[in-house]
Design a protein. Structure first.
Length: 239
C-alpha cells in the first residue's frame, strides 16, 4: 500500500502547503483526490513520486521514501500527466509505448509484445504507428495512458485526466479509466469524473484532509463541498 504518516511540506518557510497528512491507499483501490485550486493535490502527488522532499513518513509497498529506494518506488508508480505533450516525446505512439519497458530492461521483442497487448486492451491498435503531433487531444491522452500502462505499474496516478477534452473524448477517457485494473489515484476538479471512476474520495482543503470516505458519501455532501469551495457533481445537481 501507499502510506502517508504525518506528512507536511512547504515551498517557503512558514507557509505550509500540506500539514500533517496521513492516509493509506491499498492495492486495487480507486481513489479520487479532490480540492479547490491551491489545496495541495499536485504537491501531494509529487511527494508520492519522490519529486519533493517532505517531512513525515512516506512508504510505498513497505519501501521508505529515500534516495536509495527511489528507483524501485518509481517502478511501482505510473503517472499520466495533465498535459500529454509533456509526456509524449517520441515521434510515434508505438515508440513512446515501448520506450519505458526497454529502459526498464525488457528486450525490444518483449517491449513490442507488451506494447501490442496494451494498445489492444485500450482499443487503440489503429494508433500504433500514428505520429504523436497528428493525434487529437483524446487520442493523445489514450496514448499517454498506454505508455504508462506498458511499464506495468502497481499504482496508476492521473493528474486531471479529462482536462481540455471535448465531451466525446472525455467520456472515452472516463470509460477507459473505469475499466483499468489495479489501484488508481485520480486528482481532478471534474467531480463527475471522480463520481464515475472512484470508490473513495480524499478531499484536501488548506493543505489538510477535510474528508476521506466513500465517494458516494463525500460527493453527496453539499455542505461539505461548498465549505471547501466546491460544488456537487453536475449529475447530482440534476437529481
Amino acid at each position: 500500500m501507499i502510506r502517508f504518516e504525518n506528512v507536511s511540506f512547504s515551498y517557503e518557510k512558514g507557509r505550509p502547503v500540506l500539514s500533517d497528512i496521513s492516509f493509506e491507499i491499498k492495492e486495487g483501490e480507486a481513489v479520487g483526490l479532490i480540492g479547490a485550486n491551491g489545496a495541495g493535490k499536485s504537491t501531494l502527488m509529487k511527494i508520492m513520486l519522490g519529486l519533493l522532499p517532505a517531512e513525515g513518513s512516506v512508504t510505498v509497498d513497505g519501501l521508505q521514501m529515500s534516495k536509495e529506494n527511489l528507483r524501485e518506488i518509481r517502478r511501482k508508480l505510473g503517472l499520466v500527466m495533465q498535459d500529454s505533450d509533456d509526456q509524449m516525446f517520441m515521434p510515434t505512439v508505438f515508440e513512446d509505448v515501448i520506450f519505458g519497458p526497454v529502459n526498464y530492461g525488457l528486450t525490444r521483442e518483449e517491449a513490442e509484445k507488451r506494447a501490442d497487448e496494451v494498445l489492444g486492451s485500450l482499443g487503440i491498435t489503429h494508433l500504433k504507428h500514428a505520429y504523436n503531433h497528428k493525434l487529437s487531444g483524446g487520442e493523445k491522452r489514450m496514448a499517454a495512458i498506454a505508455a504508462v500502462l506498458a511499464m506495468d505499474p502497481v499504482y496508476l496516478l492521473m493528474d486531471e485526466p479529462t482536462s481540455a477534452l471535448d465531451p466525446a473524448n472525455r467520456r472515452l477517457i472516463i470509460n477507459t479509466v473505469r475499466a483499468l485494473p489495479g489501484a488508481k489515484i485520480i486528482a481532478s476538479h471534474d467531480l463527475d469524473m471522480i463520481w464515475d471512476c472512484a470508490d473513495r474520495v480524499i478531499l484536501l482543503s488548506g493543505g489538510r484532509i477535510a474528508a476521506d470516505g466513500p465517494a458516494d458519501t463525500v460527493l453527496r455532501d453539499k455542505a461539505l463541498l461548498e465549505a471547501n469551495r466546491m460544488e456537487l457533481p453536475l449529475g447530482l445537481q440534476r437529481r
